[in-house]
Design a protein around this ligand. Structure first.
Ligand code: NDP
Ligand code: OXD
Length: 318
């Protein structure tokens, strides 16, 4: 009945102690084991709660019944070819969703309200007030209309933006124009001034944020040039293409929370580019209290014979 806890994350939210304490308080009858403890008694481990566990660790637990990923994206886990074929549950949680929506809305607004321009003006003590377009004149496009993309879309359309989304399967959302599939991508991009990437990293989406996509974005928008915001995964983007697109004027700016290599190497030109905003993969932190509580609730429900929620479809990769 033990639960293995293994976390390898760089943000402060990934410190092990708060996770261990929260699980212990919510699951007092389940010993919470760190990897060395679990490997001493591997047959006792029924559950694993993990973030980027070392490859092969989960395969050494013969009675593992469920893997709980402590984040929303499961790409790091699915890379492990030895991953046991037991249900893999990912995070779907209101706290995490709200954090992502804050991030997306903030960065859309920073572009819409030309914030970089005013920071630069202030540094030179310039008082200059260019025409400010209305939100209703700006078209935001969200790649991925899942748990996170839908919430951002809903809030952005309520603020007044023209919002569209793109997904794999057809969707319908009040106030949001929905596109789907390969055929839907070009018309979606052609009407997008600010592109937000919230798709998972899969073989189909790897490298989707590349030059050909940037050139397909709208060029007739009130902001002058298109902008991109990637809060999905670094593997979605081709960083050399982002830099070229910024330098040749294809893009007006890029906000990146995720990178091909994390932490972003100090020598990356993205750090110093005047049109790039870098954040350290913290658009939506997994909070120990919110997420451990959900996992504990699921474990108790599972033991009471209920069906697990938010199980990943491994054939789709998310
Ligand atoms: P969901 O699985 O709920 O939604 C994914 C969406 O992407 C769905 O709408 C899905 O379409 C769409 N999609 C997937 N593959 C394709 C494809 N090939 N073509 C078109 N659309 C596609 O995921 P979440 O919204 O919960 O999370 C999205 C991602 O955000 C995570 O996978 C993770 O990588 C990232 N993330 C980043 C965080 C950060 O701090 N930077 C924090 C949390 C998550 P359909 O609905 O038709 O299946
Ligand atoms: C996640 C993340 O996928 O934090 O939840 O990136």
């Amino acid at each position: 009945m033990s639960l293995l806890l293994e976390i390898n994350g760089s943000g402060d939210n990934w410190g092990i102690a708060p996770w261990r304490d929260r699980f212990a308080s919510r699951l007092p009858r389940h010993p919470i084991l760190l990897p060395d403890e679990a490997l001493a008694t591997p047959a006792q481990v029924r559950y694993a709660a993990v973030w980027k566990p070392r490859p092969g660790l989960l395969a050494s637990l013969p009675n593992l019944e469920v893997i709980f990923n402590l984040g929303a994206g499961v790409d790091a886990l699915l890379k492990d070819e030895t991953l046991p074929n037991v249900p893999l549950v990912r995070v779907v949680n209101a706290d995490l969703t709200k954090r992502m929506t804050e991030y997306v809305v903030m960065h859309v607004l920073l572009y819409h309200r030309q914030h970089r321009r005013f920071v630069a003006q202030q540094a030179k003590r310039i008082w200059d007030a260019p025409e400010q377009p209305a939100a209703g004149d700006v078209r935001v496009g969200i790649l991925g209309l899942g748990e996170l993309g839908r919430d951002s879309a809903e809030v952005l359309q309520r603020i007044g933006f023209q919002v569209a989304g793109w997904s794999r399967s057809p969707k319908s959302m009040p106030g949001v124009t929905c596109f789907h599939g390969a055929d839907g991508l070009a018309p979606f991009l052609a009407r997008t001034d600010i592109l937000v990437a919230l798709v998972p990293l899969t073989p189909e989406t790897r490298g989707i944020l590349r030059m050909s996509l940037f050139k397909s974005l709208a060029r007739d928008g009130v902001l002058g040039k298109p902008f991109i915001i990637n809060a999905g995964r670094g593997g979605l983007q081709v960083e050399a293409d982002i830099l070229s697109a910024l330098d040749d004027g294809t893009l007006g700016g890029a906000t990146l929370d995720v990178f091909e290599t994390e932490p972003l190497p100090t020598e990356s030109p993205l750090w110093a580019h005047p049109l790039v905003t870098v954040t350290p993969h913290n658009a939506a932190d997994s909070s120990p209290s919110a997420i451990a509580d959900d996992v504990a609730t699921q474990i108790l429900a599972f033991e009471a014979g209920k069906t697990l929620k938010n199980v990943v479809d491994r054939t789709k990769g998310y």
